[in-house]
Design a protein around this ligand. Structure first.
Ligand SMILES: [Zn+2]
Ligand SMILES: [Zn+2]
Length: 292
């Protein structure tokens, strides 16, 4: 289950998860400072796909590939290989991500657009790869979409990883003339539109897809794990503004229910696609396994 390709149909569009890495058995406090195993165990529906009986959680880094109107679009291309990062488990990696991307039937030269919900290290990595000692664009014919406010906040971030991704993952795309700066509610065509969802970062935007009567919400980092459906106030360790992120998350989950949208959780493990349903004053995530 961990690394298998899963696909969902949304009207005339198709969305595929391409996995970089999944980690299971994580103590929740590692990523959610206010959480513990007992809080996770309160929500039995999280087992077995999203948590283990001891209340430890799984998290995944994956990109979603959208096929619509003959266009090939990559959303949030993960951590990448060979990049020096603060997190040891993200640093100088050699994951078979591009091999999985190709095994799913895709050619990097056919990618028309790369969408970033925000500019954290685990959402921009495969924008570049190392070639003859230089970081060069991976999707060399794609327009790369950046929300202006997010780019500004990223540029002001003096954190060590923020500086590194400017150099190795963002600058090469701009130097190649492949970058487009947009508003956080930009219409990206073919039923794709960004929706401003600030809090996790200042310029965070989620991606909605509409095809006919069918809707999908690609969350980005407004939610990291299905437990936050049941505990929507639970902040992630790297939320820039936890209170705003919580309010944004609740609005987005309510909108997903209203639209009966397929929700694709960018960091959800094992079964990342499903429906959000109201449950006891909060929500519950009902996974919908994708087809292979
Ligand atoms: Zn993030
Ligand atoms: Zn993330």
């Amino acid at each position: 289950m961990t690394e298998a390709t899963q696909r969902w149909t949304v009207g005339e569009a198709r969305i595929t998860s391409v996995v970089e890495a999944q980690t299971d058995g994580i103590p929740p406090v590692f990523f959610f400072p206010d959480a513990d195993e007992a809080i996770v165990q309160r929500h039995a529906w999280l087992m077995p796909h999203f948590a283990d009986p001891e209340g430890r959680i799984g998290l995944r880094v994956q990109a979603f590939v959208v096929e619509v109107d003959g266009r090939l679009i990559v959303v949030d291309p993960c951590v990448g290989n060979g990049k020096v990062r603060e997190q040891p488990f993200w640093s100088e990696q050699s994951w078979p991500f591009m091999e999985r991307f190709e095994a799913a039937g895709y050619d990097r030269a056919d990618v028309e657009m790369v969408v970033h919900t925000h500019l954290h290290v685990d959402h921009v990595g495969w924008d570049t790869h190392l070639l003859d000692g230089r970081w060069v664009p991976t999707f060399a014919r794609a327009r790369h979409i950046y929300v202006g406010a997010e780019l500004d906040a990223q540029a002001a971030d003096e954190g060590i990883d923020a500086r590194r991704i400017r150099d190795d993952s963002i600058a090469p795309v701009f130097e190649a003339g492949l970058a487009d700066i947009v508003e956080p509610d930009a219409d990206l065509g073919s039923g794709l539109r960004l929706a401003p969802t600030p809090g996790h970062t200042a310029g965070h935007a989620s991606l909605w897809l509409t095809s006919g009567d069918h809707h999908a919400l690609l969350t980005g980092d407004i939610i990291h794990h299905p437990v936050q459906c049941a505990e929507p106030g639970m902040s992630f360790v790297s939320d820039a503004d936890g209170a705003l992120a919580g309010a944004t998350r609740q609005k987005a989950l309510a909108a997903a229910v209203d639209a009966d949208a397929l929700v694709l959780g960018t960091h959800f493990p094992s079964l990342p696609g499903g429906r959000v349903v109201a449950d006891g004053g909060a929500w519950r995530f009902v996974p919908q396994p994708g087809s292979p």
